[in-house]
Write a protein that binds this ligand. Structure first.
Ligand code: PLZ
Length: 452
């Protein structure tokens, strides 16, 4: 099936899209270049982009641009299109809902799909206790609301976040986010009563989970005091900060301390949630049961939707009318989420994420055998990263990372970097990608590394 206009033949998106890497022009090609020139004139410079293309279709494991270039997708729009771009069930659910009603505002006239999503989140998130959910539009908004709820529940104000943490770009979440450039520089003043402590970064701190937890807890007790602390918020695997997997024992020790001290433990699973890590939620990998969990990204396959889910007595602390927003839990986004959740639960996507993790990890380890610049390979499931270092000193090598990423982009592989030191390449492929494209993407990376 194709959509045609006078000038071009644009393929339909979704899994029927030809699954191939094909570069037919330089990037950007002439059509993309013309659109990107208009972008430069019309769109604020602060909204940057990493791929020099203008997209017309995507699906399976590829993204197609306006010039007919077909790129291997190893980013999923930053961990969002996990079920696959333009997934047929999602596309059908969105179209059907759009034809039915597009918006009422759930706070004015409620509808069933919001309740369905809440029930699904209450059921799927870890913890065998009574839970409730509230829906929002973005990951940052979910995080903001989790903090509001924790403060209301505890009657306390302080919040602890961690080194290398990322929680969003709004004012409160900028304060929670660790990295200044590009997220915070020049945008202050930031929200008060946010404190940052070191977490667990085994490759760089060499601490056991118990040691790292003790270091964090001591700082919290000495510098903040448990009596003032509403919440501790952490990504079970830190995303933008470099796919940092904490040492065993770190998260459970922090959770146990929070519980002893009446502090709300919030797991930010915006990036790790929904099968991404080879578990429905990364908290399961570390056997923790957070009091509150924030979700977004993968939940609705690209439609803007986010959630806060957690212990019913905490979630109910906010007074009626205290939580909400015009669009939170929009019916089209909820329809997309229900279709995506159906795919996560019934199409073997948790297992597929595990397989993708095995393929990526084995390939990257084989490359490392002859290339000590690959300092650390880490992650779970379809959330894998490699940290590049100077082979002699072990210092972060952002220049190499940037050069390799740039070479991959030029050859038609969508690759994302991350990390506090800018020296991490992360792999977040859609779970709908085939092994052939996955391997081809790594082949391109390996060749780029040899040249770099
Ligand atoms: N919490 C753990 O990963 C978003 C940010 C991309 P929003 N991460 C991608 C960018 O440069 O803006 C994220 C996250 C975690 C919160 C967020 C924020 O989610 O939906 O972007 O607001």
């Amino acid at each position: 099936m194709t959509l045609t206009d006078e000038t071009s033949t644009i393929p339909a998106g979704g899994p029927t899209l030809e699954q191939v890497r094909r570069i037919v022009t330089e990037l950007p090609g002439p059509r993309s270049a013309a659109i990107l020139a208009r972008k430069a004139d019309a769109v604020a410079s602060g909204v940057a982009h990493s791929m020099p293309v203008s997209v017309v279709a995507a699906g399976g494991g590829v993204v197609v641009d306006a010039d007919g270039n077909s790129l291997i997708d190893l980013g999923s729009g930053i961990a969002v299109t996990s079920v696959g771009n333009a997934h047929p069930k999602v596309a059908a659910a969105v179209a059907a809902q759009a034809a039915q009603f597009t918006h009422t505002c759930f706070m004015v006239s409620p509808y069933e799909s919001y309740v369905d999503v809440a029930e699904a989140l209450n059921r799927l998130t870890p913890g065998d206790f009574a839970k409730k959910t509230a829906l929002f539009n973005s990951g940052a908004e979910a995080v903001e609301n989790a903090i509001k709820i924790a403060r209301k529940h505890t009657g306390r104000q302080a919040v602890v976040a961690f080194d290398h943490g990322y929680h969003g770009r709004t004012n409160l979440t900028m304060a929670l986010t660790a990295k200044a450039m590009p997220y915070k520089a020049g945008f202050g003043p930031f929200a008060p009563e946010i404190y940052r402590v070191p977490g667990s970064y085994p490759y760089r701190d060499g601490l056991t989970g118990a040691e790292a937890a003790k270091r964090a807890i001591t700082l919290i007790e000495k510098q903040i005091g448990a009596d003032s602390l509403a919440a501790v918020i952490i990504e079970p695997i830190q995303g933008e900060g470099g796919f940092i997997v904490p040492a065993d024992g770190f998260l459970d020790a922090v959770v146990a301390w929070c519980r002893e001290n009446g502090v709300v433990f919030i797991a930010d699973e915006v990036q790790t949630g929904f099968a991404r890590t080879g578990a429905m939620f990364a908290s399961e990998i570390f056997r923790i049961e957070p009091d509150l969990i924030t979700t977004a990204k993968g939940i609705a396959a690209g439609l803007p939707l986010a959630g806060v889910t957690g212990r019913a007595e905490i979630m109910d602390a906010a007074h009626a009318g205290g939580l909400g927003g015009t669009y939170g839990g929009n019916p089209i986004a909820c329809a997309a989420a229900l279709a995506a959740i159906d795919a996560f639960e019934n199409d073997g996507l948790v297992e597929r994420a595990q397989q993708i993790g095995t393929v990526l990890t084995e390939r990257l380890r084989a490359i490392r055998e002859n290339d000590p610049r690959l300092g650390d390979i880490r992650g779970h499931g379809a959330m894998i990263a490699v940290e590049f270092v100077d082979a002699e000193t072990g210092a972060p090598d952002a220049a190499l990372t940037g050069a390799v990423a740039k070479a991959c982009v030029a050859e038609g592989v969508i690759i994302l970097t991350c990390g506090t030191f800018g020296n991490v390449i992360r792999f977040l492929p859609p779970l709908s990608i085939g092994d052939d494209l996955l391997n081809e993407g790594i082949d391109v990376l390996a060749a780029a590394l040899e040249r770099a």
